[in-house]
Design a protein around this ligand. Structure first.
Ligand SMILES: Nc1ncnc2c1ncn2[C@@H]1O[C@H](COP(=O)(O)OP(=O)(O)OP(=O)(O)O)[C@@H](O)[C@H]1O
Length: 371
């Protein structure tokens, strides 16, 4: 570019170049760099749109097109949470219960959510259940935008798209109705064209599927805690929701009963194809699902995936579990506390890109020998 001593003079092409760069930077989410148009530093901050002196106009146009045409985040997922934030304000004090949480759940999954007390699990479940509205971010379930729903759609969403089972058995069932009446009630409230006897038949079938047909004519106080929870699952499934949410459904039960309840969720998942998300503290429950996502400080932090492996020589089956750390769209990675503590990693770490992995070392410049 010619410089006449009054600063660089811009040609028409330069203006076009600058315009395209702006388009990329604007349409392009700086928190969401892709290798094609930005890079992430070790602490997760992103650089600009990645232009340098060798970038040509054609490069920029290609990047702008690629950005426009990239598939939307979570497009194929049944549940999609995109940088979800929920801030509670009580007496002027702010609590960030969800701090940019990302989560995708595919249709037909049965997954567990775990995390320390106060990590944000119930807050997330309340958002997914349509009972609470996030402060920022995006969330959609079965095509419903949870931030944009009006009151009418929200009510319909809660009646038809999701079913929930709470920890407190008493919260799930109406005490003066029998098992079959409890299950038939959501169908009645939904206003389906089913006749009373059709509703009764479907309710009976669900109770049978979940192994509690003997609770048909009993009121909740005549059922055990485990039976109440299985009837509660039938209630939650009454309107064939796309998603079943359960917040500590085995929390009030002994471990043998908890196992039965989990088996009932598995039946619902396998027989009806319902997508199920279960919050649990119970490691035995978490161990029985293919995918367990851990939440830490209002964000998804690690994920355990289990798969069945068959020994080639003996033919024996075993379950192999692998733990993964979540890499968010800004390139941020939350390292497990036990790893960072074991190597006294704090504040800053050294990164090195290898051919098939990234090495992470403690910052040796902060030690006297490295200074
Ligand atoms: N309505 C509310 N008002 C103010 N703060 C809240 C509210 N609900 C939740 N919080 C706060 O948000 C944070 C996350 O709470 P949440 O109930 O989601 O955690 P959790 O992981 O479900 O915990 P637990 O396992 O104990 O149920 C906590 O610090 C909690 O005190």
């Amino acid at each position: 570019m010619p410089d006449d001593g009054h600063g660089p003079r811009r040609t028409a092409d330069d203006h076009r170049l600058a315009h395209i760069a702006r388009t990329i930077a604007e349409g392009y989410d700086v928190k969401n760099p892709t290798p094609a148009n930005a890079s992430a530093t070790a602490n997760g901050t992103s650089t600009d749109a990645g232009t340098d002196s060798t970038t040509t106009l054609a490069d920029l146009e290609r990047r702008a097109t690629a950005h426009r045409e990239r598939p939307a985040y979570g497009r194929d997922a049944l549940i999609s949470c995109d940088r979800l934030v929920r801030i509670f304000t009580t007496d002027g004090v702010e609590v960030q219960a969800l701090q940019g949480l990302d989560l995708l759940v595919a249709e037909g999954e049965l997954m567990a959510l775990v995390g320390a007390s106060g990590s944000g699990k119930s807050t997330l479940m309340n958002v997914l259940a349509g009972l609470d509205v996030p402060t920022a971010g995006r969330a959609s379930v079965a095509g419903h935008d949870l931030l944009a729903m009006g009151a009418k759609e929200r009510l319909r969403y809660r009646r038809e798209a999701v079913g929930f089972v709470w920890q407190q058995t008493a919260r799930n069932l109406l005490p003066y109705l029998t098992g079959v009446q409890n299950v038939a009630l959501p169908m009645q409230l939904r206003g389906t064209r089913m006749s009373r006897s059709e509703r009764g038949t479907r309710a009976g079938e669900l109770l049978e599927l979940l192994g509690v047909d003997d609770c048909r004519d009993r009121r909740p106080h005549q059922m055990s805690g485990g039976q109440q929870q299985r009837v509660a699952i039938a209630v939650a499934l009454a309107n064939e929701p796309a998603v079943l949410l359960a917040d500590e459904p085995t929390g009030e039960l002994d471990s043998a009963t908890a196992k039965d309840i989990f088996a009932a969720f598995r039946t619902a998942n396998e027989e009806l194809g319902t997508t199920i998300v279960i919050v649990t503290h119970d490691q035995a429950v978490a161990d029985q699902v293919r995918r367990t996502v851990a939440i830490r400080d209002g964000r998804t932090s690690t994920e355990v995936l289990r798969r069945t492996q068959v020994d080639a020589t003996t033919g024996e089956e075993s379950v192999v579990a692998r733990e993964y750390a979540m890499l968010d769209r800004a390139g941020r990675l939350q390292l497990p506390a036990e790893y960072t503590e074991a190597l006294t990693m704090r504040d800053r770490v050294l990164l090195e890109l290898e051919q098939d992995h990234i090495g992470i070392w403690p910052d040796d410049t902060s030690s006297p020998s490295g200074a």
